[in-house]
Ligand binder design. Structure first.
Ligand code: HEC
Ligand SMILES: [Cu+2]
Length: 319
């Protein structure tokens, strides 16, 4: 497992707090385990010695050292469990304290098999994107997770533990990332055929970069490419079947069933981490989505090879 998706390399306050509890638990349980092993070894050794001396075997209840050791051991167990209770109590309190520092609201909606992300802009409007979560380092984001179909689980291990994604119920997860970088999140609850292809990229960036990114995402689509096939691609995508399911703000495409494609060309991957972003990848996806992701809710739309190529050029130009 790479550090990009590992809970052992915390990149946010929440994951660091949970990692501390894990470390405490490993130490306490590890030491206790060694003590038990030592105890067993000692008992075997004493038994062997007693037999060798052809003595009557040591009767356990009558052995004063043994009962003293058991009494000490009981105290150690109680102390260890108390340390775990106190440790997790303070971890819980520190996780809950982030609620007062929320400066940003994001809605994450799990759908079979991709993630819809919506950001509330400083102006109060909502901006939608998909499969790529951007977060400002050092600020606390309130992520409201929900589902429109089955139960999923929102899980970006370097940022925080799992949060259940439940239809008809919003769960809230606070994220305060500390380290700038790319991370990978995933669905952590089996949700059907393409559960394994329900990942999302996470970009933690400086607050200034984040503000610029959000402002750019809020703008309508504007193809950025000199490629002559882009104009044809725009017609194919915004006036054909694609527009029934996809929104491209600033065009006639206003479908809601699939991911918002307004700035698809700025994303790192295609179809919830299934393919890296590229023109060939987009074209392959458009022509045969079910070959890449069997069971996907995106149908194959029959397009001529040149229209599929133009559509991919147009989508990639939407930065
Ligand atoms: C019946 C609805 C529907 C139609 C029609 C449709 N799509 Fe999709 N599309 C989806 C769904 C649902 C997904 C998400 C699939 C997944 O990731 O499993 C998707 C995903 C995508 C993605 C990947 C988005 C991302 O965030 O990575 C692209 C690109 C795309 N569609 C382009 C198109 C184009 C171009 C057309 C027309 C040729 C089209 N779609 C037609 C429903 C549709
Ligand atoms: Cu899922």
């Amino acid at each position: 497992m790479s550090p990009a998706q590992s809970a052992l390399f915390p990149a946010a306050e929440q994951a660091a707090t949970q990692f501390d509890v894990l470390t405490l638990m490993l130490w306490i349980c590890g030491v206790m385990y060694l003590v038990v092993l030592l105890f067993v070894a000692l008992a075997i050794w004493r038994g062997a010695r007693a037999r060798a001396a052809a003595d009557s075997p040591v009767t356990e209840a009558a052995d004063p050292t043994l009962s003293r050791a058991l009494a000490i051991w009981s105290c150690v167990v109680v102390l260890g469990l108390t340390a775990l209770v106190v440790g997790s109590f303070f971890a819980d309190r520190s996780l809950a304290a982030a609620r007062d520092r929320e400066t940003l609201v994001i809605r994450a909606t799990g759908q079979q098999w991709w993630w819809r992300f919506a950001y509330r802009t400083p102006g109060g409007a909502w901006v939608e994107t998909a499969n790529e979560l951007h977060l400002p380092a050092g600020r606390t984001a309130r992520v409201e997770v929900g589902s429109t179909d089955v139960i999923h689980s929102f899980w970006a291990p370097p940022l925080a533990g799992k949060m259940d994604v439940i239809p008809g119920h919003a769960n809230v997860l606070d994220l305060t990332p500390q380290r700038i970088g790319w991370y990978r999140g995933t669905c952590g609850e089996f949700c059907g055929l393409q559960h394994a292809h329900m990942a999302f990229d996470v970009r933690v960036e400086s607050p200034a970069d984040f503000d610029r990114w959000l402002a750019a995402q809020a703008t309508p689509a504007a193809p950025q490419s000199g490629d002559p096939s882009v104009a044809r691609g725009q017609v194919v995508v915004t006036q054909g079947q694609c527009a029934e399911c996809h929104t491209i703000r600033g065009t006639a495409a206003a479908g809601k069933a699939g991911p918002d494609l307004t700035h698809i060309g700025s994303r790192r991957s295609i179809a919830a981490g299934t393919l890296p972003m590229s023109r060939g990848g987009l074209e392959g996806w458009i022509e045969q989505p079910a070959a890449l992701k069997p069971g996907t809710n995106m149908p194959a739309v029959s397009l001529s090879p040149s229209d599929a190529d133009a559509a991919s050029a147009y989508l990639l130009s939407l930065k």
